[in-house]
Design a protein around this ligand. Sequence first.
Ligand SMILES: [Zn+2]
Length: 329
Amino acid sequence: MPEGPSVKRFQLRCSPFVGQTVTKVGGHTRQMNPDDLKSLTLWDTQIHGKNVFLAFGTIQEVVPCCGNASPGPSECRPPVPETATRGDNSLLLRMEGDAHQPQCHLLEEPEVNELPLLTDNAARQPRKWLRFHFGLYGSIRANEFARASKANKRGDWRDPIPRLILHFSSGGFLVFYNCRIYQCSSPTAQPATDILNPEFDREQALEALCKATPVCYTLLDQRHFSGLGNIIKNEVLYLAKIHPLSLGSLLPPSALKSLVDHAIQFSLEWLNSKLHGCGLHPQIYGKDKCPMGHEVMKGAFGPVDGLKRLTWWCRQCQLEVLPEEIHSI
Ligand SMILES: [Zn+2]
């Protein structure tokens, strides 16, 4: 399943189409009727953790910033990259800037009590929000289709089948693969828990981590670390030199802080390397030896009532803190 950095890249592929109208649809899904999106305009794209949200509406609700049309009483905002306030992201900022092709920006969604002021019936229609949640090989591609990278078990080179294809007025198109599509009333974005969001709340994350629960369970809890997946979990535990099954309550605050810092840093670096077209070079995930040359252990860990996830760790680099060691200090 794609992790936060991959899903962020999917969202960035959708952003250039904001302000454009869907002219033709395709794909095979029973989760929605693609025809419902025909003639609608893509209003907005949002991301929360491993979900991309797209908002569609009628063309009357999009007002150009430049040109003859009056923007009316609502504010017309310049695009502000989400990562503008986050650390060393010059590449990301540059790429996002390039990606914002449309010269149209969206009106703020009207408050309910402002609706009577609108005279255009079309503008009263609510946004249609779709949530995309990706499976193991799920993706969004822009202006290209995925091609088979290897033959299937029967020896056929069959290209993946798109769930949804959206052709836009510019002539470009988006293709959605291996994802579940849900209609929803609004995006459930909570920036404070989104590992890639500049508003990610470190204090809240530390509170979640310091419980008497193995830290490798808490890191994968999307309520606290949305977008953090199994690869990031393994890598940041190694970087912070913490054993996956260490109870958060037994670790010193400095170790937990280091873990949160590594989680944010690693996720951003992974995103930036994706935007450069570079792959990930894990230090511990899927490895037999750690970078120090030690043998790597492997096990499936997860809560009693939850999913068990493969975990790699080094017994020498990531010492487990046991309760008796704490009492003897
Ligand atoms: Zn090691």
